[in-house]
Design a protein around this ligand. Sequence first.
Ligand code: PFF
Length: 457
Amino acid sequence: MADTNKSIHGEWSSRFAFILAATGSAVGLGNIWKFPYITGEHGGGAFVIIYLLCVAAIGIPIMIAETMMGRRGRQSPINTLEVLTKEAGANTNWHYVGWLGVIAGFLILSYYSVIAGWSMAYVIKAFTGSFSGESAAHINSLFADLQASPVQQIFWHTVFMVATMAVVAHGVQGGLEKAVRFLMPGLFILLILLVAYAMTTGAYLQGLEFMFKPDFSEITGASVLTAMGHAFFTLSLGMGAIMVYGSYLPKDVSIAKTTIIIAGADTLVALLAGIAIFPIVFANGLEVGSGPGLIFQTLPIAFGNMAGGWLFGVLFFVLLVFAALSSAISLIEPAVAWCVENYNIERKKACVIMGGFTWTLGLGTVFSFNNWSGVTFFGATIFEALDYLTANLMLPLGGFFIAVFAGRIMLEKHSKEELDLSSDDLYAIWKFLVSYVAPAEVFIVFLHVLGVFGIFS
Ligand code: PFF
């Protein structure tokens, strides 16, 4: 029977190991790099509230669904969907949802690696004292120089991709469990330190007000889509990353409780990053909506001006790189696991092929910040188009199908058995959220985007 088997790729050593790995996947650039800049672009408080609602009402139920489906299928998402459709006697086309996820994983990793590369470049900058005592204008020019240089960005993108593929080649369980164990607490401590610095900037309350005082007049259909898309992105949902980690989960672990811990930790890290960054933005007269460079233009100011800032700067960017690495491996693991299962090739070989492909795609993002900045699709650069396509469209679409599958196609007997919830009421609530609420929300937001309600017309 599918549910008693172990995955051929191995298994987590404990519930805690799964929590660490899934938190490692969830917490990454999405929380520290992306959440603050999109919150800045979409006007603050009201956007944050919509994002939090999406995490609670869509993210958590779908995360439970993905973990459960992974554990029952015990294979890469494409094959898991095949196993589960057979088990439920459903239409075999469902496995295309797995394909959608694999493609989204490649596309996301291609630009994720470039941004992680920026973080690596900043480790060196912090180490060589480039921020010490510098003005906001100088810090800004450091970032502009990096963006303008394809050579530097390609170098760091390459280093990051090689590191990612090296970890994946060794199998994600062993090393990852150990790395995330010190990484998460370390990152948390440094964020608290940055929040403490933000309190000294004189603009702390202004920052808090921006993040938590909602002004719904700032919200457009595009903001709702971005908030929803980010709920998927930050929790690593909609593409099978959590499903593949679920497939390595031992049978006796409670999925619902575990999921709430992971989503809670992820949200906390994002909020702390925002609380640290916005006061620095306001205190230095920077632009809240300055886009993807926001953390690189603000946090170095903090490190350059605080006592011991050199050490903290190095530590922060090192931890950010590791947080990115533990997310990156989950972006490519579904594809690698599928290759190993279907072609019986070695993990290492699968990694070289997949990594090479993703690296090449990443060049598009590198050049979108310089030589090809004029190449646009519907007004978006290559990086912006990839980000929009994946986070705002592919992940919610994948999540939609996963939710419908878990709620309406999978046999109730099986989902009940996997979830093993203490009360029937809890199960009914989950089932209602995943079968109706989450798909309906995704659907309505998509309709808005298509202009069906006249929002963009
Ligand atoms: N959740 C990661 C982050 O917030 O940085 C990014 C990510 C990882 C997205 C894995 C999707 C995914 F499947």
